[in-house]
Design a protein around this ligand. Structure first.
Ligand SMILES: [Zn+2]
Length: 81
């Protein structure tokens, strides 16, 4: 299960646009490439892959290997989505 949160005030509809089938596939595919190719340690994360300003409270919990495994195991060919 993947849950998307829209935390932008005024509900800009970004999550709705992301949830569109083609967009979500492209975003997950791009995410897979990002976590696969980042050069930080797999048991951690960096601002190049998983971390951002809003996630500072849990940076130490963000592991690139967990996300990489999830995406590789759940991202199927576009035709089967
Ligand atoms: Zn990284």
């Amino acid at each position: 299960m993947l849950i998307l949160f829209d935390n932008v005030l005024g509900r800009t509809g970004l999550v709705k646009r992301i949830a569109d089938e083609d967009n979500i596939y492209n975003i997950l595919k791009s995410s897979l490439e990002r976590v696969k190719n980042c050069t930080c340690g797999k048991e951690t994360s960096c601002y190049g892959c998983l971390r951002n300003y809003q996630s500072q409270f849990c940076h130490e919990l963000l592991r690139r290997d967990v996300v990489l495994d999830f995406l590789e195991n759940n991202l199927q060919d576009e035709e089967s989505l």
